[in-house]
Each structure stands twice: as C-alpha cells, then as structure tokens.
Design a protein around this ligand. Structure first.
Ligand code: IPE
Ligand code: IPE
Ligand code: MG
Length: 235
C-alpha cells in the first residue's frame, strides 16, 4: 500500500463521443460539440484547481479534417468563439493555455483566436491547459525529428545530449509525461494522441460520452488511479 496519494502531474483526455451523445438525443452532431465545449470549460478548471499541473485535451485531430466540411466548419467556429470569449475566464482562474498541433491547414481566423487565448493567458501560473488542435502524435514525432535534424545541422545540438528527458524540448510543448490518460465514449484506442508522452501513463476508458463526463466521473477515475500500482518496469 502507498502511504500518500500523489496527485498526477499531467492528466490527458481524449474527448470522444460528442457526435453519438447528440445523435442519441435526436440532435445534430454539432450540438454535441457545443455541449462538449461546456463540459471542457467546467471540467478543465475543476481539474487544474485541484492542483494538477497540466491538463492536455484532444480537441481536433489532423485526421478530423476528413469529416464533413460542415462539421469541420462548425468546430472551427466554436474554437474561435471559445478562444476569443473564454480567455477572460482562464485569465481569472490563473490558467495558462497553450496549444499543440500544426498550424498548416488552419484558417487564419482560427490562428488569430489561438494567438489571442495564448497571449492573454501566457503569464498565468496555477496550471497549464494544453489544447491539442490539428494535432497528431505521429506528426509531432516527425516535426520533432525535423527540429532535431536542423539543430544538429546548425551545430546547436550535441547528439550525446539527446535522451528521453531532453527529447521533450523538441515536442510541441515541453510538458511532463502523462500520468493519467482518459478516453471517453467507450472506444479502446489512442487515435494518434500523445504517443511519446503516454509511454507509462495509466489508462482509463470510461463508457460515457464526453458531454456527460463531469467532475464526479473524473473523481471516480482519480480514486481508481490512486489504487493502481505504477511499476515503470521495476517490481
Ligand atoms: C469527439 O467527438 C470530438 C471530436 C473528434 C472533434 P466525436 O465527434 O468523435 O463523437 P463521436 O465519436 O462521433 O460520437
Ligand atoms: C479522437 O477522436 C480525436 C478527438 C477526440 C479530437 P476520433 O473520434 O477522431 O477518433 P476515431 O476516429 O474514433 O479513432
Ligand atoms: Mg469520435
């Protein structure tokens, strides 16, 4: 038995099931995304106010551009609405919002909204909300490889200094490894999320759509997390 329950440093959530949540209620999929965005706002603040340092959320994958353009447009407009209006709340809550993903393929107005949220919250210190948008885990590793190759070519990187810890500096954000990973909606897959960062994360796949995933559901998972025996390859 452990003597203390150490809070996870980094929690990550694959926010899945918005579409099914809506369809099962006779709404269109967009309504599910709207509900999901409300859940994220409340849950994000709740998790970071607990003293957890970093929360990463999967908002839009590089592969999500395959969806119907109407749905993609709805999501992009929702992001703009959130980032240009809700920055005030994150500012007040002292939460720093950062973004992970590729800027290529994102509309200029979405990029502007991202900049607004980032700039307005950059000096905040209570916790970090990392929003993964136009994000792919394999893409992140490819982009890191390119940065490493450039740094080597320019002579700013000594290859002997590249190790598991220093590798994080070449990722989109230099964050701690993920301790606790949650994917809602009952799907048991990773869908190209933070592949490097989740090497030793404890995983939970609650059978609940993201709009319904509230504070109580998170606390239940946290209780289960404390019971897990994290061995990191030891015994
Ligand atoms: C997750 O919900 C949100 C995004 C991928 C943007 P989905 O839209 O994938 O919902 P389901 O999985 O179809 O129910
Ligand atoms: C993963 O969900 C991406 C996000 C939650 C943003 P998807 O719904 O896109 O994943 P698949 O298609 O079920 O693997
Ligand atoms: Mg899905």
């Amino acid at each position: 038995m452990k003597d203390v329950n150490l809070l996870p440093n980094h929690v990550a959530i694959i926010m899945d099931g918005n579409g099914r949540w809506a369809m099962e209620r006779g709404y269109n999929r967009s309504r599910g995304h709207l509900e999901g965005s409300k859940t994220l706002e409340k849950l994000g603040i709740y998790i970071l106010n607990k003293g957890i340092k970093v929360l990463s959320v999967f908002a839009f994958s590089t592969e999500n551009f395959k969806r119907d353009p109407n749905e993609v447009n709805y999501l992009m407009n929702l992001f703009i609405e959130m980032f240009t209006k809700k920055y005030k709340i994150f500012k007040k809550e002292n939460i720093k919002v950062v973004f992970s993903g590729r800027t290529k393929n994102l509309r200029p107005d979405v990029l502007q909204a991202i900049d607004k949220m980032r700039e307005e919250t950059k000096n905040n210190t209570r916790g970090i909300l990392n929003i993964c948008l136009n994000y792919g885990g394999q893409e992140e590793l490819i982009d890191a490889s390119k940065k490493i190759a450039m740094a080597y070519k320019e002579g700013t990187l000594d290859l002997n200094e590249l190790n598991k810890e220093s590798f994080y500096k070449y990722l989109y954000q230099d964050l701690p490894p993920i301790d606790l990973l949650i994917r809602t909606s009952g799907e048991y897959r990773i869908s190209n999320f933070m592949l490097y960062q989740m090497a030793y994360s404890e995983m939970f796949f609650p059978n609940i759509y993201f709009p319904d995933f509230k504070e109580v559901e998170f606390d239940q998972i946290l209780d289960e997390f404390y019971k897990r025996n994290r061995r990191f390859g030891g015994n």
